[in-house]
Write a protein that binds this ligand. Structure first.
Ligand code: WT7
Length: 637
């Protein structure tokens, strides 16, 4: 069966085949990779435990697919283009040969520092090529990486390091983001006070901010590379991995408790991200792919590093932010590096939209051929702006729906092949079987219906476990509905069978495309000495998609003034990171609760949305007066 999709008719034919013969379909995709040894069993699974095993018996190393296999014919092709935060600083380009060399070199440095297959390594770095090199070097030697986004606090890093018992940390002295200096090593030092598993810290020089290097623990990246050079730069042979060996852990927020460590494994992850990259973006050789995400999130893992490199693509890595030095930065980068595909987030689009047409004046965007969106529902206004002002109505816009747990894109148009519809992620990729279910777990068939989005059959990139707590993986994703993976999203399927994701149906807020659990933010707020209790909900936010709205009860002697508000924000920054700071804090004397003491978030959500008249059923409220008080003090009234 030819799996190439060149028309919408092909898509339908291949989709049908992928559902009728899933194992044959995925085997066909997997055959396009380099395996040291092939599998004896394509798939073995049950969603009850869950236990999902792809390509059992197969041996591989993902870096041989991302690097070595391109060397002979495409070794001089650019693998990474790096655009620094400051446009005045020189950009860098690394060919596949150079990237391969640097990955091997740093992999040897990791080995010299005691790292072995199976060890877990925490990476906390700015968006520089060395971040991609660090990630790939871990994969090269079979170490499991856990990348933590540079915006998380020391406490969040410590929690993640301790959860996975990381033995080594890779960081930098600091980083640049817009006009800010980020003191990464200082944050790591604060974190490590609580972490006893960490033996070594490797520190890259980036912003030359003063740092304290602890004897016996901290070493410089540059010195470790020199040591490898004096050892004669031995090649670093890739460690042979089982398809189901762990590749990485990436933490993500859920509706309860601390973030979960989502585990992905070598074979399935590789097959899935390479396949989706090539299919969705219809990547052609020599195209420059510009994904604006941070490698600290799944989008960066899958579509800056592994997906593009596995396909021999040129990937553009940008250190800075869209609005610095001005709101024309993305367009300058597109023009400077002749980017052909731009993959970004609705929040960035809306933010740039708010600056009007001025930042677009004089920018040549004619290199662009395809556009992509990810992370949250894209409103029609933003979709059209992207299509018209950036794509000049000449570039297909692919609205890609997926999650940290899915590894890669699940529901999305295929560029130039699937007819698009603003606001719609459209149709499932071949191999993906979505379905909608009602509250009772009954599948809702037919079109023109909505329900909770589930997936009925495994795909190679599906989450395998949550690190150290398999039961949590089961209850979070596989226990809500029998025999299905539950996404946590609500969804509509229209008359054409097109999917439109409407947002989370659990207690997770999607702020600028990043998931934040309401419980997590509440726990952080409650740490503040003056706080008795709090309740956090999401509300519609013009730029961020959703903002964080916190209702807070203070201790009796405390006056609700501006300083208290700032102190609470400071506490949240300390405990989680600045990304989780509430946009609005309303001080209240009580929270709406049921007789059994459960907070009625539905009511709080309505008030946060600015709705004060129609609050739905309030008959189970313990004290209706509380609601009246909250309404009258509402930040929207
Ligand atoms: C949640 C996953 C996917 C990588 C970045 C975020 C929301 C994601 C879309 C989209 C509507 C979307 C969902 C999903 N989401 N893409 N195209 N349309 N909603 O990964 O942090 O794991 O978040 O983001 O709610 O469940 P994540």
């Amino acid at each position: 069966m030819n799996l190439e999709i060149t028309s919408f008719k092909d898509y339908k034919r291949i989709y049908d085949y992928s559902i009728a013969e899933p194992e044959k379909f995925w085997e066909g995709i997997a055959d396009t990779y380099y395996w040291r040894k092939k599998w004896h069993t394509v798939l073995e699974w049950n969603f009850k435990d869950p236990s999902i095993k792809w390509f059992q018996g197969a041996k591989l190393n993902i870096t041989e697919n991302c690097l070595d296999r391109h060397l002979e014919k495409e070794g001089d092709r650019t693998a990474i283009i790096w655009e620094p935060n400051d446009p005045e600083e020189h950009y860098r380009k690394l060919t596949y040969k150079e990237l391969h060399f640097k990955v091997c070199q740093f992999a040897n440095a990791l080995k010299n520092n005691g790292t072995k297959k199976g060890d877990c390594i925490c990476i906390y770095m700015p968006m520089v090529p060395e971040l991609a090199i660090a990630v790939l070097a871990c994969a090269r030697i079979g170490a499991v990486h856990s990348v933590v986004f540079g915006g998380f606090s020391a406490q969040s890093i410590a929690d993640r390091i301790n959860d996975a018992q990381c033995s080594l940390v890779i960081t930098a002295d600091g980083g640049f983001r817009g006009n800010k200096d980020i003191p990464l090593k200082n944050v790591i030092d604060d974190a490590l006070v609580q972490c006893h598993s960490v033996q070594k810290v490797i520190v890259l020089t980036r912003n030359r901010t003063p740092v304290s290097m602890i004897k016996g623990r901290d070493v410089w990246w540059e010195d470790e590379i020199k040591k490898v050079e004096t050892q004669g730069n031995p090649a670093c042979l890739a460690e042979e991995m089982d398809a189901e060996d762990e590749l990485f852990i990436l933490y993500t927020s859920g509706s309860t408790g601390k973030p979960k460590g989502v585990v992905h494994t070598c074979g399935g992850y590789m097959v899935y991200v390479g396949y989706t990259f090539k299919t969705v973006f219809q990547y052609q050789p020599d195209e420059v792919f510009f994904c604006t995400a941070d490698i600290g999130w799944i989008t960066g893992h899958s579509y800056i590093v592994y997906g593009p490199l596995s396909q021999g693509a040129t990937t553009l890595l940008f250190e800075g932010i869209p609005t610095w030095p001005d709101a024309g930065r993305f367009w300058d980068i597109v023009e400077k590096h002749q980017a052909n595909i731009l993959y970004t987030a609705p929040t960035a689009i809306r933010s740039l939209m708010s600056f009007g047409d001025e930042p677009l004046k004089g920018k040549n965007l004619s290199s662009l051929k395809k556009l992509g969106s990810v992370g949250e529902p894209i409103n029609e206004e933003a979709w059209h702006w992207f299509d018209e002002k950036i794509g000049k109505k000449n570039c297909p816009v692919v609205d890609t729906w997926w999650q940290t747990e899915t590894s890669g894109i699940m529901i999305s148009p295929i560029a130039r092949i699937t007819p698009t519809k603003p606001g719609y992620a459209t149709l499932p990729l071949p191999g993906i079987q979505p379905c909608l279910v009602d509250e009772n777990g009954k599948e809702i068939e037919g079109n023109g219906v909505s329900g909770n989005l589930c997936i009925k059959f495994p795909w190679p990139g599906i989450i395998r476990t949550t690190y150290g707590d398999h039961e949590r993986c089961r209850t979070a994703y596989f226990a809500t509905y029998e025999n299905m993976y539950f996404t946590g999203d609500g969804c509509l399927r229209d008359e054409d069978g097109y999917y439109r994701i409407t947002g989370r149906v659990d207690d997770v807020i999607n702020v600028s495309g990043h998931r934040i659990g309401t419980a997590e933010v509440e726990n952080a707020i409650n740490m503040h000495a003056d706080v008795i209790e709090s309740a956090v909900v999401g509300y519609p936010h013009d730029i961020k998609g959703q903002g964080i709205y916190a209702y807070v009860i203070l201790g009796s002697s405390i006056h609700a003034h501006d300083l208290t508000r700032k102190n609470i924000l400071q506490t949240v920054s300390r405990i989680i990171g600045a990304i989780a700071k509430p946009d609005k804090i309303q001080f209240v004397s009580g929270l709406p609760k049921t007789r059994s003491g459960k907070i009625m978030r539905r009511i709080l959500r309505k008030i946060a949305e600015g709705e004060t008249s129609n609050l739905g059923d309030t008959s189970t409220l313990l004290d209706p007066n509380v609601v009246e008080e909250i309404k009258s003090g509402s930040l929207f009234s």
